[in-house]
Design a protein around this ligand. Structure first.
Ligand SMILES: C[S@@+](CC[C@H](N)C(=O)[O-])C[C@H]1O[C@@H](n2cnc3c(N)ncnc32)[C@H](O)[C@@H]1O
Length: 455
């Protein structure tokens, strides 16, 4: 059957819900249209931009009648800034939609008629929750600005006066660095021409320790007086570590080797009573408060009694494994980034944890090797990137035949397809799934699931 809509067509649509990824879902003669900018309950005029076999995509050009859950977005940059998408949707509705996305994925992709879904864990703080932000320098109309990409644009950055996702200190540090750049007359990098010097600013905060780390990213060459920018930043007692990184490629990146300009190499964050070293590029969940809740759930679902051999796959800097170690016999972490593994080993030492070991390797390729060394896994915790376990990693995780798999997911669609394979090919049952909102006002949704199998 031909699609009942065509590219460029304008339609009047009622938005029913939000799909995973954040677009509104509407139907035109039963045909699904994903509408960017449409919120549940809205009546919109939408322009169709793409037509595929089973659905179309478009954007809301006009909101004809706002839905009942639309609210005033508190941020002055909302709409132009690419950071938050749903500040204008009541938080309760954001939660309802995210929980529904996890349910839909498990039903549709996981083929579980009635998923054992538990209520979504709301974020403790819906603003000011991030412990890390990366800003870009740009040429403003008159002066250098420092901020985020304009919504929907990779090549345009807007200056930010106040970001509601960071703290007062985070905002003040960004403004101080912007003012320093203006005073020094340094030229911002231009993504389209590849010219200019100042590129990014990364600010990381240990939210439970009050320590901050700053990385200034520039193009090649030392065109500023390091002592002066250090003086500017040292006005903030929270700043304990100041780094400089050079990016000599056109790619926008901040994960670069750094030179320490002042202070300690790293700062620390505290999660569930454990201390973690935060280096410039080390991965750490960017919402500390909710990382504590996510890891507590993983610990709860693992159901440890002190005798278990636990595998922590995709372990990053060891956060989950170390949180579980006191209740386990031993913990074996596996992670692809050598830098993260070095941090995990350091974090184990920092916390005096002696029953956790961490190894560098690709889960798909090295899990069998780990299992030979570590012996039978009783509990396997996985926390993969958005692509999920996929391919060999999924089959080898299933083949471990652990009694419990605790699946920490940042993508319900890959979670659902992995759960289906673990059920159909390896005899697992999904017994619990609890969505967690780590990132209010964004389309992201995390979840923690428990799969068990009878041995
Ligand atoms: C979502 S993070 C989880 C990190 C950690 N569990 C935490 O909460 O901080 C996913 C991690 O998987 C790692 N990773 C990605 N692909 C991998 C692979 N094929 N094998 C092992 N680790 C991988 C990434 O480097 C990253 O540290």
């Amino acid at each position: 059957m031909a699609a009942p809509v065509h590219k460029g067509e304008e339609l009047e649509l009622s938005i029913e819900s939000l799909a995973y990824g954040g677009n509104g879902v509407a139907r035109h003669d039963g045909f699904v249209v994903f509408v960017r900018g449409g919120l549940p309950g809205d009546r919109v005029r939408a322009r169709v931009t793409k037509v595929k076999r089973g659905f179309a995509e478009g954007f809301a050009s006009t909101v004809l009648e706002p839905g009942p859950d639309r609210v005033e977005a508190p941020c002055r940059h909302f709409g132009t800034c690419g950071g938050c998408r749903f500040q204008d949707l009541a938080y309760d509705m954001q939660l309802e939609q995210k929980a529904q996305q996890v349910r839909d994925a498990l039903v549709r992709i996981g083929r579980i008629a009635d998923p054992p879904l538990e209520p979504i864990v709301p974020a403790t703080s819906i603003y000011g929750y991030r412990n890390k932000l990366e800003y870009s320098f740009t040429a403003g109309e008159e002066e250098v600005e420092l901020g985020f990409h304009r919504a929907g644009r990779w090549d345009e950055v807007i200056g930010i006066e106040e970001c509601l996702l960071t703290t007062d200190v985070g905002n003040a540090i960004r403004l101080a660095v912007r003012d320093w750049a203006r005073e020094e007359g340094l030229e911002p990098y231009d993504q389209t021409t590849g010219k200019g010097y100042l590129r990014h600013l990364v600010v990381r905060e240990g939210r439970n320790t009050g320590q901050a780390l700053v990385v200034l990213v520039t193009g090649p060459g030392e065109r500023f007086e390091a002592g002066y920018v250090v003086d500017v930043l040292r006005r903030f007692p929270e700043v304990r570590s100041i780094h400089w990184a050079i990016n000599d490629t056109p790619a926008e990146q901040t994960n670069l080797p750094t030179k320490l300009l002042w202070g300690g190499e790293a700062i620390e964050e505290e999660i569930l009573g454990l201390r973690f070293r935060v280096r410039p590029s080390a991965f750490l969940q960017t919402n500390t408060e909710m990382a504590e809740q996510l890891y507590s759930l993983a610990r709860d679902f693992a159901g440890l009694t002190g005798t278990e051999n636990v595998f922590d796959l995709y372990c990053g800097t060891g956060t989950i494994g170390l949180a579980l170690a006191p209740d386990a016999s031993s913990v074996w972490g596996l992670e692809i980034s050598e830098e993260a593994v070095a941090c995990a080993i350091e974090n184990a030492e920092l916390n005096g944890i002696e029953n956790a070991q961490f190894f560098a390797g690709n889960v798909g390729q090295t899990l069998e090797e780990l299992a030979e060394k570590a012996g039978t896994a009783d509990v396997v915790v996985v926390d993969p990137p958005r692509a999920g376990l996929a391919g060999k990693a999924l089959r080898r995780t299933g083949a471990l035949a652990a009694r419990r798999i605790v699946y920490v997911s940042c993508n319900p669609t890959t979670l659902a397809s992995d759960v289906q394979v673990l059920r159909d090919d390896y005899g697992y049952t999904l017994v619990r799934c609890r969505p967690v909102d780590m990132f209010p006002h964004t389309p992201h949704v995390e979840s923690v699931s428990l799969l068990t199998r009878d041995s």
